[in-house]
Ligand binder design. Structure first.
Ligand code: 1GP
Length: 254
């Protein structure tokens, strides 16, 4: 089954998923990725996202390979640019930065990436990428040269997601940016959730299991955890327990 199809089915049934984000730039010690891979596998993590706003190292391919060689968890590229494509991953979020007005990130990079993607077997997942303000300027806001949507402009975010869905995008990714000071608030997640039928990915600044649970309750289908695991990889155990309990309760209601 395709990754998108499985996310759609999980969305329909109310089940939740977790992705661990690996930024190749932050894999500075050889053992760090192995620790994450082992933890992800022991805790039944659904996906690895691999990417970053600015990859200054050349180890994207190495990171993808190390994950693929060790576990069967699907690897989804979360690219900061059209340079971040690796055919050994399973899928790529084909991101259109719809909260911004930077044409290069709405269609430009896509034109460059399209012929490369056409010639490999990566599953291409058209994704409406929506940045929400989270306090301090994040790398993604700076690099993308766009202004994130203010975190109290719920209808602006909802209409942005709605337009993305009408344009044919198959996922909406609400992101506060990696290491965000403030995670995306529940009211914002719920407003966007109500506006669209496609699966909703939420990430940025989720650094406690309570924040993860809040995002799930507000309507996130897939939560993405990156930065917080750099400081405390074991947080993944707590967060995956929350997702597991949630999914068990859905099963029990059947
Ligand atoms: C960033 O949504 C991801 O694009 C994850 O954010 O690194 O803050 O968990 P964190």
């Amino acid at each position: 089954m395709s990754i998108l199809k499985s996310l759609q089915e999980r969305h329909q049934s109310g089940k939740k998923s977790i992705a661990v984000l690996v930024d190749p730039d932050k894999i500075d010690e050889p053992g760090r990725l192995s620790t994450l891979i082992n933890l992800a596998s022991e805790n039944c993590i659904d996906y690895f996202f691999v990417g970053g706003s600015l990859i200054t190292t050349t180890n994207l391919a190495q990171v993808v390979k190390q994950i693929k060689d060790n576990v069967s968890i699907p690897v989804i590229l979360f690219p900061g640019s059209s340079l971040q494509i690796d055919a050994n991953a399973d899928a790529i979020l084909f991101l259109s930065l719809i909260s911004g007005r930077n044409p290069d990130l709405l269609i430009g990079q896509h034109v460059v990436a399209a012929p490369i993607l056409k010639n490999n077997k990566l599953e291409v997942i058209p994704t409406g990428y929506v940045l929400i303000n989270s306090g301090k300027t994040t790398s993604v806001a700076y690099i993308s040269n766009t202004i994130p949507i203010p975190d109290d402009k719920y209808s602006l975010a909802a209409c942005t997601a709605m337009a993305g869905e009408m344009l044919g995008l198959r996922l909406i990714y609400l992101d506060a940016g990696s290491g965000a000071e403030r995670e995306i608030n529940s009211k914002m997640i719920t407003a966007v959730r109500k506006a669209v039928d496609v699966p909703l990915v939420v990430g940025g600044g989720i650094n406690t299991s309570q924040k993860a649970l809040n995002a799930l309750e507000a309507g996130a289908d897939l939560i993405v955890i990156g930065n917080a695991l750099e400081k405390d990889p074991k947080l993944l155990i707590e967060i995956s327990d929350k997702v597991y309990d949630w999914n068990q309760s859905i099963e029990a209601k059947k």
